[in-house]
Design a protein around this ligand. Structure first.
Ligand code: GDP
Length: 709
């Protein structure tokens, strides 16, 4: 096992480190909260985040989603759509706490972003709508949080709306999500208007006396609510006593249960994902947000609760642990790269252990290279605050890194470690994009490269046959957003095709293939000649190896051969889709003293590759998706019957309280507009999640349809 706190303390003879300063730093970690607001679209995440920033003093006026001025929704596309797409990281201070908020998107196409965010945060606030309750999409979000074992509290928003019902949402959380949930707050209405909130733990009422929600007054619980509050308090006590012996002991021995007993016990079981306190309020009407911030600090974990972070030692190949502490060796995960058209690249980084200063040198264990940090900034939506140091537990942006990409581990050069890599599925939807004018060509190329570096689920390739750039991503909306960024942020003028399924071509046989490009037209001619061995290779992509012996082709021309192979692989012979799972070995060739050129070898390689595809039993592969449909029982048979027509392999049908969850593997081609299909089949009552799973050969009858022959 690797670095324990003690071991690291001894490294470099640092026993005489001032223990006071270490204790101070350790206690600083306990006052950090890295959290996300997680919810399905429209539950009120952005509105809630906006209020949190207002009450914590980060913004001086409240921005609104509805008029496009929300602080975190700052990308143009988000302003237009009123939805949150990028996980913008925002920092604020609440009382003694430093709170980092990772804003997570709710749309299915952006699951990569949601999962990326969930991986780096310690706790989450799940927002439900007080009227809609636990909708199928909230279930999806809840399950994602389960997958990453994120500790949670719930905030039932929109309590100002007619029909909002806190206790039925709590009931639904228990029924549909199987969550051990209990209300710790209750709304106070006067003349149907939300006036305040009862704090069940402290047994007092909090009234808001102004529209901005800044003047809060604590008063006794109104007598009209005393019965329901007593019932809720008893229920809370019972649930906590069932979980915790110490709490039970105090309860049965009629000892006084103090506020601190509640907070300590709730926190303990929130951390274990065994209890979920439910709060309520109205973000739009500015009610309940300060209490929510208190609850975030009281109940959600600090980075120190993680205790250790595990990773793979890149040389020893063993799993090692680093203590989550500022005195341990530096170890951090870059979870997002964003190109700001003005500032350049920002590397969103979660520091797990150790500390760095501006100008620190860190080691990128994934890329095996050293990187120099030139600036450390805290992000406040799209504004930045320069800081001098980042420590264990912090979420910051680094500037100056050259080779780092999303998912890379940055560490102390002396203690290399690879944190668990983030896995990104292959993009499955693509579209063609062409510059409108010659002048836009370079601009488009540069912009596409930048976007590709930011987002591992976005890929760019060039089809030399049609002269088009092909961009691929996780779904239609994903590509739409990228195109809008190209057109507006990067100001590229381009023609854009319709989204399509991203098929791929591969070979089934091993062949040798010759490519010759010879032109003698007086003056200097062209001469390139290559022999390629092409073999199926399940590892993905195209792999090139040079095995030329005896200088049959001079070394200077080899990169051109490789370039020719990769160019040709961008568009295969079956419908022009990119080629994958092929190993190409350059085994022979010849050259001409005068006529050979880089261009001639590039073209020869393209000819050889295309010819090889024709004889190597090329087949088309299609993306198969992992689909989960959650539907009320009454629509089960319709949904299954429809899936059967769509070439789906149903792998399981599970019972969830009141609903059924159907799991299936289905070709993307068959579910391209599944949202509409499912809405019609189930009157909008079912929901689904879909993720790329694997690629599989297209059946013959479908191939004919795709190729139109
Ligand atoms: P997000 O998609 O989860 O980020 O949700 P938004 O914050 O964009 O809110 C979606 C819509 O619900 C917007 O029209 C908001 O004005 C509205 N909304 C948000 N919070 C509340 C609330 O507490 N009460 C009411 N009545 N509407 C709200």
């Amino acid at each position: 096992m690797g670095y324990t706190g003690v071991k690291v303390g001894n490294v470099g003879n640092k026993q005489n480190l001032d223990s006071c300063s270490i204790n101070k730093e350790m206690s600083e970690i306990e006052f950090i909260r890295n959290i996300g607001f997680v919810a399905h679209i429209d539950a009120g995440k952005t509105t809630t985040t906006e209020r949190v920033l207002f009450y914590s003093g980060r913004v001086y006026r409240i921005g609104e989603v509805d008029d496009g001025t929300a602080t975190t929704d700052w990308m143009q596309q988000e302003k237009e759509r009123g939805i949150t797409i990028t996980s913008a990281a925002t920092y604020c201070r609440w009382k003694d706490y430093n709170v980092n908020i990772i804003d997570t998107p709710g749309h299915i196409d952006f699951t990569v972003e949601v999962e990326r965010a969930l991986k780096v945060l310690d706790g989450a606030v799940i927002i439900f709508c007080g009227v809609g309750g636990v909708e199928p999409q909230s279930e999806t979000v809840w399950r994602q949080a389960d997958k990453y074992k994120v500790s949670r509290i719930a905030f039932v928003n929109k309590m100002d709306r007619a029909g909002a019902d806190l206790l039925s949402v709590v009931e639904e959380m228990r029924d549909k999500l199987g969550a051990n949930a209990a209300a710790v707050q209750f709304p106070i209405y006067e003349d149907d208007e939300l006036k305040g909130i009862v704090d069940v733990i402290r047994n007092e009422a909090v009234y808001y006396e102004d529209d901005l929600g800044e003047k809060m007054v604590r008063k006794p619980v109104p007598s009209s609510l005393s019965e329901v509050i007593t019932k809720l308090r008893d229920e809370l006590i019972e649930r906590l006593a069932e979980l915790d012996d110490e709490f039970m002991d105090k309860f049965i021995n009629h000892k006084e249960l103090k506020e601190s007993d509640f907070i300590k016990t709730i926190r303990k079981y929130v951390l274990k994902n065994k209890f979920y306190p439910v709060l309520c309020g109205s973000a739009l009407k500015n009610k309940g947000i300060q209490l929510l911030l208190d609850a975030i600090c009281d109940f959600l974990p600090s980075p120190a609760d993680l205790k250790v972070v595990k990773g793979l030692h890149p040389v020893k190949g063993e799993i090692e642990e680093i203590e989550v502490s500022p005195k341990a060796p530096f170890c951090a995960l870059c979870f997002k790269v964003f190109t700001d058209p003005f500032v350049g690249k920002l590397f969103y980084t979660r520091v797990y252990a150790g500390k760095i200063n501006t100008s620190s040198i860190v080691y990128n264990a994934a890329k095996k290279s050293k990187e120099k940090i030139t600036k450390i900034v805290r992000m406040h939506a799209n504004k930045q605050e320069i800081i001098n140091q980042a420590k264990a537990g912090d979420i910051v942006c680094l500037v100056g890194l050259k080779e780092t990409t999303t998912g890379d581990t940055l560490c102390d050069p002396k203690y290399p470690l690879l944190l668990e890599e983030m896995k990104f599925p292959e993009p499955v939807v693509s579209l063609a994009i062409e510059p409108k004018t010659k002048a836009d060509q370079d601009k488009l190329f540069m912009a596409l490269k930048k976007l590709e570096a930011e987002d591992p689920s976005f890929k760019v390739s060039y089809n030399s046959d049609t002269g088009q750039n092909i961009i691929s991503g996780m779904g239609q909306l994903h590509l739409e957003v990228m195109v809008e960024r190209l057109l507006s942020d990067f100001r590229v003028k381009a023609r854009v095709g319709n989204p399509q399924v991203a098929y791929k071509e591969t070979i089934t046989k091993r062949v040798e293939s010759v490519g010759k490009f010879v032109q003698q037209t007086g003056g200097r001619g062209q001469y390139g000649h290559v022999v390629l061995l092409m073999e199926p290779n399940k590892k993905g992509g195209v792999v090139f190896e040079n095995k030329i012996k005896g200088g049959a082709i001079p070394r200077d021309f080899i990169p051109s051969v490789k370039e020719g192979v990769f160019n040709a692989a961008n568009a295969g012979i079956l419908g022009g889709y990119s080629v994958t799972d092929v190993k190409v070995t350059l085994i022979d060739g010849s050259y001409h003293e005068v006529d050979s050129s880089e261009l001639a070898f590039k073209v020869a390689a393209e000819i050889a590759f295309k010819d090889g595809l024709k004889r190597a039993g090329s087949v088309l592969l299609e993306p198969i998706m992992d689909l989960e449909v959650v539907t009320p029982l009454e629509y089960l048979s319709q949904v299954i019957a429809d899936l059967n027509v769509r070439r789906a392999k149903i792998t399981s049908i599970a019972d969830r309280k009141n609903v059924k969850a159907i799991r299936a593997e289905v070709p993307l081609r068959e579910v391209f507009n599944y949202a509409d299909v499912l809405r019609n089949l189930t009157q909008g009552r079912a929901s689904y999640t879909i993720e790329p799973f694997y690629y599989e050969e297209v059946p013959k009858e479908i191939l004919v349809k795709i190729l139109g022959t």
